[in-house]
Design a binder for this molecule. Structure first.
Ligand code: UD1
Length: 417
């Protein structure tokens, strides 16, 4: 199993390019199921989750190839088997994104419930509620969701809570439904907007994405398109946090500063100097940062996917920070590991109380999930001496060649087997 070895204490400096967004690419790849014509997606990041999704789509009969400009071309001329098996879904919850498009296009779908799910149906109840409102009949059998519908019909759906993939699933299903669907309390995440833009490029009629009311006028068919996935705002935020925490100075290219206000504001509050242009962000940090309180919530508030990185950043800041997680339960797995590096953190309910310490010391730590892993890499970059981060496969799910990009920014980091 791969490990990352990090010699900490080097301020990051230089320039790096940010990759396409994982969370935009995954739903956009699923949109290929909605048409028999080719959908070509560019700026696709090379990530394990993307490979998993391509495998899943290929297994259903989608033909996948690469074009000359490194675009991924998907042709769902015929969907041989509208099934998402447990073996793939359990490694990536986002596999549930095939559900909406499959029912809309094939009139049936058999998708495994997400694995490791101790809280029953809860993580997908909004997806199912919405699809039922669109006329699908859904049953749960042997750990699978079985969905059927002749042709979906429009509905007015008010979601009980804000869910990103839930909003995306329903938007894709409604794109081919009969009539005009309204989604209330929709997620406003930029990735939802990117999917809506892609669907519209395919001939869909989606309006209001980016607000909490999305209107989708169903059409009878969608056509092919070529679409460039947006830049990854979480990769951007992670590198900026790493530069700030190491007292570095970096410029990131191919980014979207307009969708990062909450994160950039917190970095400024911590004492970093941040400037930006249309597609670049530069950050400069000198000396110790100030502790910053963070409270995660759906967009446009501070993203839960940046919470762990800010716990790491606060661990060496001046003062005490309260980091509150309101989106996911049990998302502080990184805390125990950061404490192994010498961080002073206590978790009280859904809040981590982070008391800044003078420095961290390298140690062996273990990654437990994607963003927790990113915070351990940050910890390693900050710490004196060598940090070994085990189970890097979590990191490979969502960060493209992280050790190469960080090395280019001056970090002493390498992968070992
Ligand atoms: C997406 C992102 C993930 C990010 C998260 C929150 C993708 C592929 N992943 O995940 O990186 O951390 O948004 O910004 O885009 N919930 C329910 N019932 C549902 C759906 C969700 O109770 O039917 C709950 C979840 O348990 C969670 C909260 O709602 O507590 C938010 O989840 P959701 O927005 O759905 O996350 P994902 O879309 O899975």
């Amino acid at each position: 199993m791969d490990r990352l070895l990090i010699e900490g204490g080097v301020p990051l400096s230089g320039e790096a390019r940010v990759s396409g967004a994982k969370n935009a690419t995954l739903p956009i790849l699923c949109a290929a199921l909605l048409t028999e014509e080719p959908l070509t997606v560019t700026n696709v990041p090379h990530l394990r989750d993307v490979t998993t999704m391509l495998n899943l789509l290929a297994q259903m009969g989608v033909a996948i190839s690469m074009d000359e400009q490194l675009g991924v071309e998907l042709v769902a001329a015929r969907i041989a088997s509208p099934v998402a098996p447990y073996e793939l879904v359990r490694t990536m919850r986002a596999s549930v994104l095939v559900l909406g498009p499959l029912i809309a296009r094939c009139g049936e779908a058999r998708v495994s419930l997400p694995g490791g799910c101790a809280i029953g149906l809860r993580p997908v109840d909004q997806h199912l509620k919405g699809l039922q409102a669109l006329g699908a009949t859904i049953s749960i059998e042997h750990g699978y969701m079985l969905a059927r519908a002749k042709r979906l019909r429009s509905a007015h759906i008010c979601m009980d809570l804000v869910t990103v993939t839930g909003t995306e699933n329903l938007m894709m299903a409604a794109a081919l439904a009969d009539g005009t669907t309204v989604l209330e309390n929709a997620a406003r995440e930029p990735e939802v907007v990117d999917l809506a833009n892609c669907l519209n490029a395919m001939g869909a009629k989606v309006q209001g994405a980016g607000s909490d009311i999305i209107t989708i006028e169903g059409v009878t068919r969608l056509h092919g398109a070529r679409y460039r996935a947006m830049a990854d705002r979480i990769e951007t935020g992670t590198f900026l946090a790493a530069a700030a925490a190491t007292g570095g100075s970096i410029t990131l290219r191919d980014v979207r500063p307009d969708i990062l206000d909450a994160v950039l504001d917190k970095l400024r509050e911590a004492g970093a100097h941040v400037t930006s242009g249309p597609d670049w962000i530069a950050l400069e940090a000198n000396g110790a940062l100030n502790a910053v309180n963070v409270r995660t919530a759906p967009y446009p508030a501070f993203p839960t996917d940046m919470q762990a990185q800010f716990v790491a950043l606060n661990s060496v800041a001046r003062g005490t920070a309260l980091v509150t997680e309101t989106v996911f339960e049990n998302r502080f797995m990184h805390v125990q590991e950061l404490k192994r590096l010498g961080a002073d953190i206590e978790v009280e309910g859904n809040t981590a109380v982070v008391k800044g310490v003078g420095h961290l010391d390298g140690a062996s730590v273990m990654a437990t999930d994607l963003r927790a892993s990113a915070s351990l890499v940050l910890g390693g970059l900050i710490a004196r001496g060598t940090t070994t981060v085990d189970r890097v496969y979590h990191l490979d799910r969502g960060y493209e060649r992280i050790e190469e990009k960080l090395s280019r920014l001056g970090a002493r980091i390498r992968r070992a087997r």
